[in-house]
Ligand binder design. Structure first.
Ligand SMILES: CC(C)(COP(=O)(O)OP(=O)(O)OC[C@H]1O[C@@H](n2cnc3c(N)ncnc32)[C@H](O)[C@@H]1OP(=O)(O)O)[C@@H](O)C(=O)NCCC(=O)NCCS
Length: 324
């Protein structure tokens, strides 16, 4: 039994702590982005493209607790949101300790000049949610974390893939992985397409539009993203849509990182066709499940996912608290 009277000894964390923190995440949900290689990469990107801080409490070579906070590089007129992530090992979970972690994140955000702190937490992590409510956090929006069983849905996915392919041929839309595209302008086109469609993801917390080199670094430097998993739809010599899987490097399951189409081509089944290609490829690669996170207020992607057979794992609640 751990001594419950101890105080957490938080110390600044480095990229080398990713293994410890990924193990802590895996203890809470083994499928929740618990790959240390990907976690390290996300931290590195937060260091390069945002402002961030991370602290960890370690005992006997294991992480007991972790708190991280980050925010966009705000423009002068931006609303100043910052995001806090706190993890506390189950056997030492205690409301005071959890609140201290949140407070450490808020303290850093306040010093940075943030005006609103944001925490995203699974609805079934009831103790975390209750502690956040008591501190004064209130729900702002919801996401749905859902999962597709690729074994149970295999035949249906492969059958619908055939239908999608015929429909795309009929419409003159060519769907293939980025690795097979030879257009010298493909990365710039993909960048512009993603930036346009990302704008339409429902959200409260805005994000900074990345420059083309930042975007390339963020997407194509990700060790979980391969160009042969980056499905693109082309029409009239332009990239008009994409769907891409983020695959684990050491452990965990794949997640759809993004699906988007240009506004001018929506409602023609292009996103659906891209997603079916991506899922069929995941089946072929031997994966048995895929997950995705979607805003609860995003009807088109939820319609596609429901039709494919995605089932809710847990709602994710986004809570806000004013730091003023
Ligand atoms: C989500 C998105 C990729 C869908 O692209 P699309 O090419 O229009 O998708 P499809 O045509 O394949 O399918 C969309 C389905 O949603 C349905 N739909 C569209 N708007 C809807 C609404 N408000 N309510 C219910 N269903 C809706 C369409 O009718 C279609 O279903 P159907 O073919 O059964 O009729 C596109 O809207 C987009 O890029 N959005 C911004 C980025 C985003 O939110 N991505 C998802 C999160 S990563």
């Amino acid at each position: 039994m751990p001594d419950m009277a101890f105080r957490l000894q938080l110390r600044p964390s480095t990229l080398d702590d990713a293994d410890l923190v990924a193990a802590l995440q895996a203890q809470r949900d083994p499928d929740d982005l618990s790959d240390p290689v990907l976690l390290r990469y996300w931290w590195q990107m937060a260091n390069e493209l945002q402002r961030s801080m991370r602290q960890v409490a370690v005992q006997d070579g294991e992480a007991l607790a972790y708190v991280g906070a980050q925010h966009e590089l705000w423009a002068p007129d931006d609303r100043r949101f910052g995001v806090v992530r706190a993890l506390l090992r189950k056997d030492v979970w205690d409301r005071t300790r959890y609140s201290e972690l949140i407070s450490a994140g808020e303290h850093w955000l306040r010093d940075e000049g943030a005006t609103t702190s944001v925490v995203r937490v699974r609805e079934d992590f009831a103790k975390d949610l209750d502690a956040l409510h008591r501190i004064g956090y209130r729900e702002d929006r919801r996401m749905r974390m859902s999962e597709l069983d690729l074994l149970a849905k295999r035949e249906e996915i492969l059958r619908t893939l055939d239908e999608c392919r015929s429909e795309m041929r009929r419409q003159g839309v060519d769907i293939h992985p980025l690795s097979q595209d030879t257009d010298p302008d493909r990365y710039q086109q993909l960048y512009e397409m993603v930036i346009e469609s990302e704008m339409d993801i429902p959200r409260t917390v805005p994000w900074r539009v990345l420059s083309f080199p930042e975007w390339q670094r963020f997407w194509l430097g990700n060790p979980g993203i391969r160009e042969d998993h980056f499905w693109i739809a082309c029409e009239g010599g332009r990239i008009v849509g994409t769907s891409v899987l983020d695959c684990p490097v050491t452990r965990g399951i794949p997640w759809t990182a993004f699906t988007g189409t240009l506004r001018s081509v929506r409602g023609r089944g292009i996103a659906r066709a891209l997603k079916y290609e991506s899922m069929a490829q995941a089946i072929e690669a031997g994966y048995t499940r895929v997950r995705t996170n979607n805003d609860a207020d995003n009807p088109p992607i939820l319609r596609i996912n429901n039709q494919m057979g995605y089932r809710l794992v847990a709602p994710i609640i986004e809570l806000h608290r004013s730091l003023d």
